[in-house]
Ligand binder design. Structure first.
Ligand SMILES: Cc1ncc(COP(=O)(O)O)c(C=O)c1O
Length: 494
């Protein structure tokens, strides 16, 4: 015998507040839940569409539409000339499997890789309200009208760009190749350039392609923590290279760690200390890579902003072209939200990387790439960089002056030839993490230098961003830092 539900079953639906829209979706969800929970038993008959429409003051078409959806998804079946019934396919076991309210649900298990990821040092999350964040460009100086013109131009160009470009839009790769050879001494053709969504993606790809589980990866210590995830993901083992004022101590490591598969370095300006790798060590590294068939990833994250002369020649430009992957990003020099970066690959790696890219994401969206290509080809990029170089230099000078005036005995500027942040050393034994914790509470985005160390004994210091802040903001930031330092030194208030 088939029981039909009474109109009471629909009282909660009528009482739903606020009314969920659209109504057909609300009724569908309501009936679906009643069916899955068993309130509407298998084989029970639903009210006719006319009846239900009347009970719920809905149009008959709305109810018909809902019954059709329920039927299409297998919840009900219609019997010719008889009506709609809860589907017999929905056995209690199946219902339980589908019920969202099932309390004893087993949690989804994470892979070993993702469990390992949770064990590496966490990255700082930027709070954009904070002052003196490192790595933030002067966003108020960004040439928005020119960018908007380029975006609009790109919108029109898109109709000519229907091919899937795994390596990136040819127009952008062409601009980058020209720019790199003119300003950074990189030897490459546009065919070697792969566009990525940020250099982090490039690193993930490069490590996945070049590292086997258990392979050694040489990294600078202190260095950029953002690569830890890519190394861990590929199963690589980090081997730390200490840093001195000549850059990373490749001389030490290359005798002990000859069998390393890869070295990840920031030769133009070590991150975060800002030291430049000496020519002697550059040549040593290149020799090591050639002798052992190893690879060097050169992360050139902000060399555009060298204040004491033109940008230095990239390590890639010194090499024979076979052992260095050069990585550059627009996030730091243009705008963090642009999420465009690139790898310059040795010719032999182009095809394997391209193949992998097909599996990874099938390439990037055309519009921002075409916009950036237009922005570069009209000279906006180069003129923006020229302006920013001058501006950042002035901001760095101002920051140094203010620190020297307000905190002469506590902070010592660590010389570097450019960049977007400065490192100031604290007296030996200071707890830079405790200072930064205080500073963050006052709205400062500075970072402790010790955070960037891995296995080497850390120096205590503060990494202070200046590029994105005008004089008034730098002043405000240094006032807050002065308050922090006073508190830090006073045990009563610390
Ligand atoms: C040294 C260094 N390399 C690479 C990156 C990553 O750049 P992207 O934002 O393009 O992923 C950053 C970002 O701050 C960085 O500081």
């Amino acid at each position: 015998m088939h029981r039909s539900p009474s109109s009471n079953l629909f009282t909660p639906f009528l009482q739903q507040a606020p009314l969920q829209r659209p109504r057909y979706r609300a009724l569908f969800n309501y009936l679906q839940q009643r069916i899955l929970s068993g309130e509407l038993a298998v084989d029970s008959r639903l009210p006719s569409t006319r009846e239900l429409a009347e009970w719920l003051s809905l149009s008959r078409n709305t109810v018909k539409q809902v019954y059709e959806m329920l039927q299409a998804e297998g919840y009900i079946e219609t019997r010719q000339g008889d009506g709609s019934y809860i589907s017999a396919q929905l056995t209690p076991h199946r219902r339980q499997q589908h019920s969202r309210q099932q309390p004893s649900r087993q949690p989804i298990r994470l892979s070993t890789k993702s469990t390992q990821l949770q064990q590496i040092r966490p990255l700082y999350q930027h709070n954009r309200e904070h002052l003196l964040l490192p790595g933030i460009p002067a966003l108020d100086q960004f040439p928005w009208p020119a960018w908007q013109r380029s975006v609009s131009h790109a919108g029109r160009q898109m109709k000519f760009s229907q091919a899937q470009h795994l390596m990136g839009e040819p127009a952008l790769r062409n601009e980058i190749a020209g720019y790199l050879s003119a300003t950074r001494g990189v030897h490459c053709s546009m065919e070697q350039i792969m566009i990525c969504s940020g250099s982090q993606q490039g690193m993930q790809l490069a490590f996945a392609m070049l590292i086997n589980s258990g392979d050694k990866v040489l990294v600078e210590d202190p260095g950029f923590p953002g690569i830890d995830g890519a190394i861990s993901n590929a199963g690589g083992i980090k081997v730390s290279m200490p840093i001195d004022r000549q850059g990373c101590r490749s001389d030490l490591m290359l005798t002990d760690q000859r069998d390393a598969r890869l070295a990840f370095i920031t030769p133009s300006r070590n991150f975060p200390l800002g030291y430049t790798l000496s020519i002697e060590r550059r040549l040593q590294l290149l020799q090591w890579a050639t002798d052992h068939g190893s690879c060097i990833i050169e992360d050139d994250y902000d060399s555009e902003f060298r204040f004491d002369g033109p940008p230095l020649t990239a390590l890639q430009g010194l090499s024979d072209g076979h052992s260095v992957i050069y990585s550059g990003t627009f996030s730091r020099i243009l705008h963090p939200a642009i999420r465009l970066a690139y790898l310059v690959l040795p010719v032999t790696l182009v095809e394997p990387f391209k193949q992998m890219r097909g599996f990874l994401d099938g390439g990037l969206a055309s519009l921002p790439q075409l916009a950036l290509a237009d922005f570069m080809s009209r000279g906006y990029f180069a003129s923006h960089l020229r302006r920013m170089r001058k501006l950042y230099q002035a901001r760095r000078t101002y920051l140094r002056q203010r620190v020297a005036q307000c905190l002469p005995d506590q902070l010592q500027w660590e010389p570097s030839d450019g960049g977007m942040h400065s490192v100031f050393l604290l007296p030996q034994g200071s707890d830079d993490q405790a200072i930064v914790e205080h500073a963050m509470k006052l709205g400062l985005g500075i970072r402790p230098l010790s955070y960037y160390y891995d296995q080497q004994a850390p120096l205590a210091g503060l990494v202070i961003g200046f590029a994105g802040y005008d004089e008034a903001q730098i002043n405000q930031g240094i006032e807050r830092l002065t308050t922090t330092m006073a508190r830090y030194h006073s045990p009563n208030t610390a």
